[in-house]
Every structure is written in structure tokens, then in C-alpha cells.
Design a protein around this ligand. Sequence first.
Ligand code: SF4
Ligand code: SF4
Length: 246
Amino acid sequence: MSLLGGGIFKGMAVTLRNFVGSYFKKERLVTNDYAWQPEGDSELPQRASEYPKEQGEQLSDTTTVTNYSRNFPMLLHDGTEGSNPMDTIRCVACQICERECPPQCIYIEKMYDENGKYIKSPAKFDIDVSVCMSCQICVEVCPFDAIVMNSQFELSTPDRFDGLLLRRDDLLKSNNYYHQIHPEEAAARDQKIADEKAAKEAKKKAAAEAAKKKAAEKSKAEAEVKAKEAEGSAATESDGKQEAAE
Ligand code: SF4
Ligand code: SF4
């Protein structure tokens, strides 16, 4: 028969063993996950994601917890590995997400060219993840499918001010990466974008056809008016000739 609350005593025994053992063995000072120590005079990593991973702990630095897990937002671009993400960034800096974010942790500045013309890109796009509550409202209100949730969670840092302020370039991730971490959601979003594009093109085509039809009707009506006018003037001319002959 197992003792009621036996697990608690077992856990306390492990803690006690490590506490006492830490006076004799340095590796007992740290938790098992991060038992790794820097070599020689090398400095400790600045972020937890920079620590070597325990085998099987994570697949990559951009850890996927599950297909549906979410942590903080990221900005999507449609480029491939090695391309400049700013060439294909989806965000147009409309600032809707900035206005709708409940704790107001998004900060955006629009980009302008040398002539002062707005070029539909963010010059700055910061998210303060020490304030973000992962509500996903920014994702829901974005009309351009430009912002989605990342599942990366290894963001701990000793610098709790600048270290937790994610800048535009930290937030930029490719659509391919989105497919890797949220395959179903990314596929559904791509399908939605393709459907919207097809509907827009069909509407444009229908409008062009309607305009063409209207122009053809107009020129037909004009031709009819001209023909009637020509008929009228021919009749007047023949009446005049008849009168002159009489
Ligand atoms: S997830 Fe919520 S709190 Fe975080 S940036 Fe988006 S809207 Fe703001
Ligand atoms: S992420 Fe979307 S809603 Fe936010 S500024 Fe960019 S385009 Fe607008």
C-alpha cells in the first residue's frame, strides 16, 4: 500500500539531495535542462535559446510545441531563404493592429521614400513581448494576413527591457516557416488568400466586360443617332430639290 502523500516526500528528498550535493558538485547547482556550463572564460549565452539543447528537447530554436500552440506574433514575408524579407513583407503599415492591441504593445512607423511618398511598408514595427498577452487580436484584425502567431517560446533574457522588445527584423519570418510550425493554419490561410485573389480577379474581369458592353451599346446608339440624322438631312435635301423643280 502506498503512503498517502508519498510523492511529496519523494520530491522533497530529491530537492534535499541536490541541495546538499550542490556543496560538493557544481553541476547540481543548475537544473537538469540547462546542466551545460560555458567552457573556460566564455560568457553565458544572453538568451535561453542559445543554450545547447538537451537531446529530444527541441527540434530547432524556433520550437514548435504543437500545431496549434501560440506565443507571440511574427510578421510574414513571401520570400525564400536568403532573400531580402523587406522585398516581400506583407505588412503595409496600416496600423490597424497597433490601434486594436488591447495592452498597446505594438509600435509602428510608416516608411516613406526620399520624396516623402508613403511606400506601404513599416519603417519600424516593434512588439514589447513583456506586455503582449498573446490574445491574437492583432492577427484577427489584420486585413493583409501579415501578422500571425509564432510558437517560439525560448525568449528569456537577462535584459528585461531591450531584450524583450522585438524589432521588425526579429519579427520577420517566411511563409515557409509558418507552414513548418502551423501547417494546417498556414494552408487554410493560403487558400483564403488564393480565393480572395480569384474573387477579386473575377470581379475585375466582370467589370471590364460590363464596361466593354456599355461602350459597345453607346457606340451603337451613337451610330443609330448619326444614321437618323443622315436620313433626316437626306430627306430635307430631296424635299428642297423637289420644291426647286416645281
Ligand atoms: S497578441 Fe494581443 S497583446 Fe499581443 S501584440 Fe497582438 S493584439 Fe497585442
Ligand atoms: S500587421 Fe496587418 S494590421 Fe498591422 S500594420 Fe501590418 S498590415 Fe496593418
